[in-house]
Design a protein around this ligand. Sequence first.
Ligand code: UTP
Length: 297
Amino acid sequence: MPDRPKRVRKAVFPAAGLGTRFLPATKAQPKEMLPVVDKPLIQYSAEECAASGIENIIVVTGRGKNAIEDHFDQAPELEHFLREKGDSRRADLVRDIGAKIHFSYIRQREPLGLGHAVLVARELVGEEPFAVLLGDVICDGPEPVTRALCDVYEATGVGAIAVEAVPRELVHLYGIIDARPANERKWGDRLRQVIDLVEKPEADKAPSNLSVIGRYVLPPDVFDCLERTEPGRGGEIQLTDALRTLAREHGLWALTTEGKTYDAGDKLGFLKATVEFAAKNPEFGDAFRAYLKSLKL
Ligand code: UTP
């Protein structure tokens, strides 16, 4: 095989889903634009990319998702208005949102599944490794998860996905991996070799309690795997099915995350993220915690 680039420069954000779990809020606005405290969900992922050395974000959008493009675009009138008022702090905030990374957009014409959304980005990714981040998942912790996955890929040339342990009684809600120890000294117990992936297994049939959280770094070979993937669960082209092929044919690592993950595309996960980020907020965290303590629930 010819030498291929190993440095991960690009990330794909599949954001063309319908967000049905969050209706009615998502009827006329993208789920990715729901704010957790003061930032839309997708901005947390963009900041994770910036902290991970990613240079290009490719957002896969669909109908009704224009607000995402506007959010990462310049807003000269708003910036000018704030500067005229002498509010340079907020003006800089507005300017910096999309300034650190180059954004491209491509449409998935029909929501045919997460795997299909990734495949839509093929031309823009080209023959290089890339990250995939689900924009409704927020990862919070000591290291950016995408950076940790890039480190694994750049050292080994093999794709890597982030996983976290979930209670056994909840495995039926997640994609679960079957894996064996990787025996790679640098990562110790955190790194495993994926043997297989199972979507939402029953607790007694689950091969582990390690769930796929929505952060991936993949080689371009995954596109061929996706091309060969037939529609699966729900008639959609599932990324999980393509990853099973990738694991078999090219290998795949699973890295356990060290921080906390919030599935904010789900109402309860969203509320947990909101409360925990608000409680940590430097401006009003103390007051918010005091308020929470005062509640008689
Ligand atoms: P989800 O199943 O979490 O998102 O897909 P959804 O379909 O928007 O939401 P629900 O389940 O109806 O509430 C995981 C990710 O894949 C993207 C979504 O935008 C989300 O980031 N996705 C899903 C696509 O881009 N295209 C699709 O066809 C399906």
